[in-house]
Design a protein around this ligand. Structure first.
Ligand code: SAM
Length: 289
């Protein structure tokens, strides 16, 4: 078991800090901008009193629409060191980065096996952070997301990260449909990555419901990687699926042999150790051979 591998404190050259959270709002410094935003997953009370009034950007639901007040800088960026993500205030309340994944980017960066030339699939890839972490290590990545706009955004992030010529295929597809098609085609992958939301829609309106579909997805992914699996990283953010359950479902399907794996909670933490649960994760990497 990997203990506390998923805790992100203030981090990465001042690119991210959770300043406070509570009453369904987060106060964060992201890429140098102080952002206050409503999010259903920030329980408890607030503590950083006066700082809440000092945000440069504020996101909240008004009449069932997510509305932003304030204007972010034109060139608002998150510099992760090996790659960069352009940030934008979007109507979903997201800004283009999920900083709770930072420990997983580091894990990919430092994982002991050579990823050069390995074939990876990254499902629900959003703006490309994990895709770019893999590409930086030389993996060939198939990046899959249902939203054309975020796939274009991920491509632009590859370009600004100096990874435009990396072997990345950008797919606007429904994740489960794409995986099933790949299984039928007999395609195989060495590296399996998925970070599914609780609910989603494919480009043709296909419904993704994690509680219903996750285990079918894991089963199909195990077929994609049979006999050549080198790395698996799966995370989710859905109540009712804790990391032990995620781990047992993945291990039941994948039958890992020699390697190192574990599961843990993803957490964001303020400087004074106030901790915000931010999902669950399982990861495994094969032994160096
Ligand atoms: C939680 S975000 C993933 C975050 C990403 N792993 C990261 O760390 O940057 C969820 C993504 O899933 C995509 N999505 C939702 N439903 C989908 C579906 N049925 N097939 C493929 N992608 C889908 C959304 O467009 C969104 O980009």
């Amino acid at each position: 078991m990997l203990a506390k591998h998923g805790v992100v404190n203030f981090m990465l050259n001042n690119q991210y800090e959770l300043l406070d959270f509570g009453q369904n709002e987060k106060l964060e410094c992201i890429g140098g901008v102080v952002v206050r935003r409503e999010t259903p997953s920030a329980p408890g009370g607030k503590s950083a009193g006066e700082r809440w009034g000092q945000s440069q950007l504020r996101g909240r639901m008004i009449a069932q629409r997510y509305v932003w007040d304030g204007v972010p800088p034109d060139d608002w960026r998150f510099n992760a060191g090996d790659f960069q993500l352009q940030l934008k205030a979007t109507p979903s309340g997201q800004v283009g980065v999920f900083p709770e994944q930072e420990k997983n980017w580091e894990w990919i960066k430092h994982c002991p096996i050579d990823l050069a030339g390995l074939k990876a699939i990254n499902l629900f890839g959003y703006t490309g952070a994990t895709t770019l972490a893999l590409a930086k290590r030389g993996a060939q990545v198939v990046h899959v997301d249902a939203a054309k706009s975020v796939v274009s955004w991920a491509r632009a992030n590859a370009q600004s990260s100096g990874l435009a010529d990396s072997p990345i295929r950008w797919m606007v597809e429904d994740a489960l449909t794409f995986v099933r098609r790949e299984v039928k085609r007999g395609n195989k992958y060495d590296i399996i990555i998925a970070d599914p939301p609780s609910f989603g829609r494919g480009p043709k309106g296909e419904r993704w419901k994690l509680q219903r579909d996750l285990f079918q997805l894991i089963e199909s992914l195990s077929e994609l990687s049979r006999e050549r699996c080198k790395m698996v990283l799966m995370s989710c953010h859905t109540p009712g699926i804790n990391h032990e359950r995620l781990r047992s479902e993945v291990e039941n399907q994948f039958h890992f042999e020699s390697g190192l794996g574990g599961s843990f909670s993803l957490e964001l933490r303020t400087r004074n150790a106030k901790t915000l649960p931010s999902g669950n994760c399982f990861r495994w990497v094969a032994d160096k051979s």
